[in-house]
Design a protein around this ligand. Structure first.
Ligand code: NAD
Length: 494
């Protein structure tokens, strides 16, 4: 977390103690432009290396991170507040994603033949995906390694240079990742640039001549980023917030569902874009689920000590929002079965029941260790409520059979759903990650996540001349009539 010191620097704070962790420059518009120019100058060489040439450099970066992951995990703990084992899990997933992007870039983006079809039988058609050039990455603080890496690694593997602006709450983690790149690849240091600062530094990046912005953060900020990018028609990737729900059907393994819901809701102190903030449980499972989740929640111990279940709320301003959502739930007839009282950065695990659907605890992203559990008559009602949100990021389903679970998952209006598990889709590098509605658009991870940082380039090459050239002013008049007949024959019977 952060406090402004003066116009030129800012402090990153340890959320557990409020003490200054480190001090960083607030980069100006001119400094951001200079960083983009440095990245631009390096981008040509990086792109020209091709997939095979880039591979050893990406692998060297991955190895640097893997070798020093304990050091990075301790830094994440100090700046973001999460327990070191959770930071290690985040880094493990990150390393796996770098490996996947590196391994698959050529397969997904390399040149390929495309069938040219009857109308262009004399043409050889190819499709390839060259990089944009320079990609600006604006990151959040909640998963300061894993989340930006969905853009950093995939954009780099696609052949782009990067200008990275980490969150003002986790600049040291962002700088560590860039330093690791530079240590591993001293000859290609400029391929990854770092700029630090607040919103205006991010806005400057949108206007500094980058070829794409990959943004991860709140929908409210996303709108501002889009507006700034619109000025230069800069394409954007939007990874925004969510209000994800879990559906627990009759006959589901209630203990497993409660365990998963609790992890989804409370790990990282609930500061997870794909965290579970609502649970809809059908009649047959409700009572057992509530007693399971309550008993398990009571055992959680937030804190900064070894063995803490989760850490401090990273942004002090979020504590008030969590407080207000809980108060709103209680005021409208809800009950807190555990927790419910917020008086500092270590928010107790809060399981809320009987909360009406209009409460902000149900409608808005809380980003704290709270969850609402609501009884519904059947899966239809669970789906109706799950989908009654402007967000559409992810979610989870627990059902008696995995087949039924998948059927329900298909009907959840979101980008990702896990069945009989929680947030498992994020651990599969081949699966695209992203949402719909207020949760944003575009995808990181997987084939789509690689293509996101490229432009499709189509090329046709004439293999032989047709007896009659269709795209020529010398085309004989009768050709039109012949074409008409051919098209009628081919397509007129449907
Ligand atoms: P935020 O929107 O406050 O900030 C995100 C980033 O945008 C920061 O780096 C910030 O400095 C920058 N920024 C702020 N104003 C800007 C502007 N006008 N122009 C350009 N950049 C600007 O979000 P946050 O609090 O850091 O992160 C939490 C949010 O991120 C939550 O809503 C969470 O759900 C979401 N999130 C989404 C994903 C995902 O993949 N969908 C992942 C993690 C977090």
């Amino acid at each position: 977390m952060t406090a402004a010191v003066d116009a030129t620097t800012f402090d990153s704070l340890d959320p557990a103690t409020g003490r200054v962790h480190s001090t960083w420059p607030v980069h100006t518009d001119a400094q951001v432009e200079a960083a983009v120019m440095r990245a631009r100058a390096a981008s040509g060489r990086w792109a020209e290396l091709g997939f095979a040439g880039r591979k050893p450099h990406l692998n060297a970066w991955k190895a640097e991170i893997a070798r020093r992951m304990q050091e990075l995990a301790e830094l994440v703990h100090a700046e973001n507040g999460k327990p070191v084992p959770d930071a290690l899990l985040e880094i493990t997933l990150t390393v796996d994603h770098i490996a996947w992007a590196t391994r698959n870039a050529r397969r997904v983006l390399g040149p390929r033949r495309v069938r040219s079809g009857a109308m262009a039988a004399n043409q050889a058609a190819t499709l390839e995906y060259p990089p944009f050039g320079v990609v600006g990455v604006i990151g959040p603080w909640n998963y300061p390694v894993f989340t930006p890496m969905g853009s950093l690694a995939y954009a780099l593997a696609a052949g782009n240079a990067i200008v990275f602006k980490p969150s003002e709450h986790t600049p040291a983690v962002g700088a560590w990742l860039v330093d690791a790149w530079r240590t591993a690849n001293p000859g290609l240091a400029d391929v990854m640039q770092l700029v630090t600062g607040f919103g205006p530094t991010g806005a400057a990046l949108c206007r500094a001549g980058v070829d794409k912005i990959a943004f991860t953060g709140s929908a409210a900020t996303g709108r501002k980023v889009m507006a700034a990018c619109a000025e230069g028609l800069v394409p954007v990737l939007m990874e925004c917030g969510g209000k994800d729900a879990m559906i627990v059907d009759d006959g589901a393994d209630v203990a497993a569902a409660a365990d998963a819901a609790l992890w989804g809701a409370m790990s990282n102190a609930g500061q997870t874009c794909i965290g579970i903030e609502r649970v809809y449980v059908t009649e047959g499972s409700y009572d057992a689920f509530v007693s399971e989740i309550t008993a398990r929640a009571a055992k959680l111990t937030p804190g900064s000590h070894d063995g803490a279940s989760y850490g401090a709320i990273t942004m002090p301003s979020q504590i008030g929002i969590i407080q207000r959502h809980i108060a709103d739930a209680l005021q409208h007839g809800g009950r807190a079965l555990t927790g419910g009282v917020v008086d500092g950065p270590f928010v107790p695990p809060t399981v809320l029941v009987d909360v009406p659907e209009h409460s902000t605890a149900v409608t808005e992203e809380t980003f704290g260790p709270t969850v609402t559990v609501t009884r519904v008559p059947d899966v239809e009602e669970a789906l109706r409520r799950t989908n009654a949100t402007t967000y559409g990021l992810a979610g989870a389903v627990f059902a008696k059979s995995s087949r039924k679970g998948v059927e329900i998952a298909r009907r959840v209006r979101s980008g990702m759903t896990s069945v009989n598990g929680v947030i498992t889709f994020a651990t599969v590098p081949g699966l695209p990650f992203g949402g719909i509605g207020e949760s944003g658009f575009g995808r990181i991870h997987g084939d789509d996540g690689l293509r996101e940082f490229t432009r499709a380039k189509s090329i046709t090459r004439q293999r032989f001349a047709l007896p009659v050239a269709l795209t020529s002013f010398d085309r004989p008049e009768k050709t039109t009539e012949q074409l008409r007949k051919v098209i009628k024959l081919l397509h007129g019977r449907g």
